[in-house]
Design a protein around this ligand. Structure first.
Ligand code: 26Y
Length: 815
């Protein structure tokens, strides 16, 4: 497809036109938010045009399409991204400057849609970008949550959650498609009988109908007119209110069904990697799955008149187990609505669905009570039982007589539906998200399944949208890179490798340092304005931003900071490379330890800030309300990237990739994609520490880990924990956290994620970081090597691997 060109003059005219028609105002009277909206509308016109072209092409060539189902899409802001991808960012910036506006101010007008929690949701968004750019025919499907992830406020050091209403300024990018509204049936009862021809008839009654109204977000690709579409379903009730009940005075009951239907898309569950077993969540999952499948099937039938060739034309990719109900729901549609036999329906279903696992945390593996599935989707439960029965029979062939094994692997057992087992049984591909994680799935988590279905298992290491995270978030760095290696890396990210040839170029290295300083300054200004803390530009910006979870071990970082504080108190004049520790993190509202950890960070931050003896050398800053738009400012400013989860638990991590691409050096364990980052940059350009997976797993399994002994024998740790028990001078009691580390609690062992065990090794690695920083040229060279080797972590590469190895669709990506 030809690329359209946009000139400054044309853009100015178009923006003025939008202002006039939408706000009845002229440029000279326009406010920033009106300018933002006018720009968005201009760009949207280009996108919708391209979206129609893309849809027409899909229709014409009939190639296999990818449908990416995910409960979360953490898309971030769209204006800059779309302008960049369409090649009009410079022209737009110039047009706005002519009109008297600063581009950056206009970007700030846009809401940051938080339709996701963290890694999983952001990955889905990066993959939309990758699909659009590499020419994959892809559609993402999710829910149009009225409230995304909560807004985080810190009050008295504690996290307070406020509702996030993003739709007001976010809906410019969404185009409603009312005529493609679908109806999802929830609850009710079913009667089944056989008709005179022996065909099963399913009668469904007393259910609650819920309308699924689609809103489409066109996602642009870079340097192409190809558009990936993100379809977000909104729940609406077709029932206004029950007049019969109303007339008899039962007002609340009269609106009940209406309200139940519309709450489905009201809120995103703020749990990440943590079980959330509520019935509304299950309704959301079924709502997404049923609306999406009806949509795909209706269009397919309109084109081909049959669903028999469904698997040739579609891949249904499920992002973690959350949309696993696609399996029984597609079976239902094929059998009940299209008269197919079980065998035919099963062949089609199991050849259409591919599953990505994103976590090995046992508390995040979904198990739904059978009774709940039965109540909310009775026909689906019937089908799950049948799948389970047949599956268990198959297992019997592999493990004859081994009842224990079969009940361990069954889909339905002990009154619960194990979603991962259903996903494995019903899909043709199962993948992990980093080399290590995929091995752990095969060797441990799903080992028995792997023994039977080894050919279904594979790996696709995660990747990030490098244009958003490098070119757009760090334009100065991009400019420097392009002055040396050209712009080819924008679509061929492996070309970043050429930068390694400049490792001896002192001028380039010092320029790299200068750019980092500019980005640090921008973050320092933000911190000054929002936290009131003055941070030194000469200190190392050491960053840990990610969801708060015990396995990610923010605690290890904190313990180490307390130990540094003690060191400095004892030796105020010691040689010490100043360090600014920056945290950003949301905790699930119901996760008490995580919330207390945020409070702990803030207590320590205050203690240090109030201590003139240390505050010029050591700082701790907690950045409130960490989100995509803040990440876009933080990543370019970071010098040290903290990736310190206990080995074997972080499936991949993607923040680690964003940091390295922006020239931060990783201090990390051999976990998730850190292993591949280490391999890419070499041991000299990364700070690795701690136990590796086999050791960590063996120690946990042995039951012999005794953090109390470490406390008793290591004076540094002893003092850190004693301080924790004493507190940090603000009257907050942290004995509970110290107890968790020394004695265990909440049903878990002491120091479950072994921070104390890895402490000494971590402290030693941090020492190496400080030493390395003393030689700025060497540091900048290490940063350069990180950037040069980050190309393989581009989403384009991941998408091309999915396309080639799993989806079997073509892309225009050259490996
Ligand atoms: C079941 C429900 C409570 C649930 C909700 C969200 C379970 C899990 C999640 C989210 C998981 C998640 O974000 N996993 C992350 O996926 C990233 C993308 O693959 C990985 O990089 C990261 O290591 C992993 O923790």
């Amino acid at each position: 497809m030809a690329k359209t060109q946009y000139t400054k003059a044309a853009l100015k005219e178009a923006i003025a036109g939008k202002l006039q028609r939408h706000f009845a105002c002229e440029v000279k009277d326009a406010k920033k938010d009106q300018i933002y909206e006018a720009c968005a509308l201009v760009i949207r016109d280009a996108l919708t045009e391209h979206m129609i072209e893309t849809q027409n092409e899909v229709e014409r060539d009939g190639d296999r399409q990818v449908h990416y189902l995910c409960m979360e899409f953490l898309v971030g802001r769209s204006l800059r991204n779309n302008a960049y991808n369409l090649g009009m960012l410079d022209a737009l910036t110039a047009a706005l400057a002519d009109m008297g506006f600063e581009m950056a101010d206009i970007f700030e007008q846009e809401a940051d849609p938080g339709l996701g929690n963290g890694g999983l949701g952001r990955l889905a968004a990066c993959y939309m970008d990758g699909m659009a750019t590499t020419g994959v025919r892809g559609t993402g499907y999710s829910i149009r949550y009225e409230h995304g992830i909560f807004k985080q406020k810190i009050e008295d050091g504690k996290q307070v959650e406020l509702p996030d209403s993003w739709l007001a300024s976010g809906d410019v990018w969404q185009i409603p498609a009312m005529d493609e509204t679908r109806e999802v049936k929830i609850g009710g009862t079913i009667d089944t009988h056989f008709d005179e021809n022996g065909k099963l008839v399913v009668d469904y009654h007393d259910y609650t109908p819920v309308l699924a109204v689609p809103y489409d977000m066109p996602i642009s690709g870079y340097d192409t007119n190809n558009i990936a579409r993100l379809r977000l379903w909104e729940a609406k009730s077709p029932i206004a209110l029950d007049m019969k009940l109303f007339s008899s005075g039962e007002y609340l009951k009269a609106v009940e069904k209406h309200a139940m239907a519309e709450t489905i898309s009201m809120i995103l569950y703020p749990e990440d990697n943590h079980r959330e077993g509520q019935s509304l969540r299950l309704k959301q999952q079924y709502f997404l799955v049923s609306a999406t499948l009806q949509d795909i099937c209706a269009k397919h039938k309109a084109k081909y008149g049959t669903l028999e060739n469904f698997a040739h034309k579609h891949v249904l990719h499920i992002n973690d187990t959350h949309p696993t109900l696609v399996i029984p729901e597609l079976m239902r549609i094929l059998m009940d609505e299209n008269d197919m036999s079980w065998e035919q329906a099963w062949n089609i279903t199991s050849q259409s669905v591919a599953y990505t696992n994103h976590t090995v945390m046992p508390e995040a593996l979904e198990c739904w009570p059978e009774s709940l599935v039965q109540e909310l989707m009775p026909r689906v439960m019937q089908i799950i039982h049948e799948i389970n029965e047949r599956f268990c029979k198959e297992l019997w062939n592999y493990f004859p007589g081994d009842f224990q094994k079969i009940s361990k692997l069954a889909i339905v057992a002990d009154g619960r539906v194990r979603m991962a087992h259903l996903a494995i049984a019903g899909s043709f591909s199962i993948n992990g998200v980093s080399a290590l994680h995929s091995e752990i799935l095969k060797e441990r988590v799903f080992n028995d399944f792997y023994k039977i279905y080894s050919s279904k298992f594979c790996n696709v290491t995660n990747g990030i949208a490098h244009r958003r995270w490098l070119c757009e978030a760090n334009p100065e760095l991009a400019e420097l890179i392009e002055s040396k290696i050209g712009t080819g890396y924008r679509t061929h990210p492996s070309e970043l490798q050429v930068l390694a040839n400049y490792a001896g170029d002192k001028e380039l290295l010092s320029r790299l340092g200068e750019i980092k300083r500019h980005n640090k300054q921008r973050l320092a200004d933000y911190i000054k304005a929002h936290n009131g803390i003055e941070v030194s530009m000469d200190s190392i910006f050491d960053v840990q931003v990610k969801r708060l979870h015990e396995y990610k071990r923010q605690m290890l970082n904190i313990l180490h900071i307390i130990s540094l504080y003690h060191k400095l108190k004892d030796n105020p004049d010691m040689a010490f490379v100043p360090r600014t520790y920056i945290f950003g993190s949301k905790a699930a509202p119901g996760y008490a330890v995580a919330k207390k950890t945020i409070q702990l960070i803030n207590s320590i931050s205050n203690m240090i800030e109030n201590d003139p003896a240390v505050r010029d050398k050591l700082k701790v800053v907690f950045i409130e309300d960490y989100k995509v738009s803040l990440a876009e400012m933080i990543m370019p400013a970071a010098e040290v990237s903290e990736q310190i989860s206990i080995a074997g638990k972080e499936a991949s991590g993607t923040g680690n990739m964003k940091f390295m691409m922006n020239g931060a050096l990783t201090i990390g364990t051999m976990d998730g994609a850190n292993v591949e980052i280490c391999e890419a940059v070499g041991r000299d350009n990364i700070f690795i520490f701690g136990m590796e997976t086999p050791e960590a797993e063996a120690l946990a399994a042995s039951g012999n880990y005794e953090p109390m002994l470490i406390y008793q024998n290591d004076p540094v740790i002893h003092r850190v924990l004693d301080q924790m028990i004493r507190g940090f001078g603000d009257g907050v009691d942290y004995t509970d956290i110290a107890n968790l580390l020394l004695h265990g609690g909440n049903g878990g062992p002491a120091d479950r994620y072994m921070s104390l065990k890895d402490f000494a090794s971590y402290a030693e690695a941090q020492q190496r970081v400080s030493e390395a920083y003393r030689d700025q040229e060497k540091w900048n060279r290490m940063a350069l090597m990180n950037i040069a080797n980050s190309g393989r972590f581009a989403a384009d590469r991941s998408i091309a691997e999915y396309a080639q190895n799993i989806w079997r669709v073509k892309t225009n990506f050259a490996f």
